[in-house]
Design a protein around this ligand. Structure first.
Ligand code: MLT
Length: 238
């Protein structure tokens, strides 16, 4: 039987999988899904702020610099990591964006190093993201977590993805998958996320509208996968 595992942070040993769903509910995976929904062409995830600045300088064409440290845009960045902020930019007029976030892009790069299909998953595109890996023998849901620790927000979202996978067929569940599923079933997603450390930080920064947007479920058909573009990891709609 096919199986599904949930990994609570990239600091855990990563399992073997042929289909990955990478989740950073607040906010990187939600922002990435929204970026492509709004006409963005390509996203280049990188680890550090310095690498992001350097890469943008070296790329030909028009590229945005987006991302965060401590939930706020680093100096000189065009955009932070807010999905709602993307409405203010004509994304189609750019070749794409270079992106770095504290946990989300690191999780994507960790999954990229493992092989298999890597898909970006959020609550907003849960059903659509799950459909992209439901044929896989071994599905792994990798939560970005918070600085190497599990995060309530990502774990709850991962549980919702497990529930949606089970709606498409039979999967053997790891203990991690059962824990995430139990959490997701325990209360509405927005309430669970409101209790999380990062949810609290976003509220304190006046970014509650982002939190609510990130918790809306199944309102996007957009799917995003990791590919190799000019020798580097890149994200594109598919
Ligand atoms: C991250 O990658 O840690 C997050 O997406 C942080 C944020 O909410 O901006």
């Amino acid at each position: 039987m096919a199986s599904v595992d949930v990994v609570f942070s990239p600091a855990e040993p990563l399992p073997r999988a042929d289909g990955w769903l990478v989740v950073d509910l607040l906010r990187a995976s939600t922002t990435i899904v929204t970026f492509f929904e709004r006409g963005g062409r390509r996203l280049l995830p990188v680890s550090s702020v310095a690498e992001a600045r350097d890469l943008r300088r070296r790329l030909a064409g028009r590229w945005l610099l987006m991302g965060e440290r401590n939930a706020l845009p680093p100096e000189g960045f065009d955009l932070g990591n807010s999905p709602l902020e993307l409405a203010s930019v004509d994304l189609e007029s750019f070749d794409g964006a270079v992106m770095t976030t504290t946990n989300g892009t690191a999780a994507l790069l960790a999954a990229a190093s493992r092989g298999g299909v890597v898909t970006v998953a959020a609550a907003r595109n849960g059903l659509a993201a799950v459909a992209r890996v439901s044929h896989c023998e071994r599905v792994a849901i990798l939560c970005a977590g918070l600085e190497g620790r599990p995060a309530l927000d990502d774990t709850a979202c991962a549980g919702g993805l497990v529930a949606r996978l089970l709606g498409r067929g039979a999967f053997a569940l790891s203990d991690g998958a059962r824990m995430a599923l139990a959490l997701y079933g325990s209360a509405p997603l927005v309430d669970l996320v409101g209790l999380s450390r990062h949810g609290g930080r976003l509220k304190a920064l006046g970014l509650e509208a982002d939190l609510e947007y990130c918790c809306q479920e199944d309102c996007s058909n957009g799917t995003v996968r990791l590919v190799t573009w000019e020798g580097r990891p890149a994200l594109e709609a598919f």
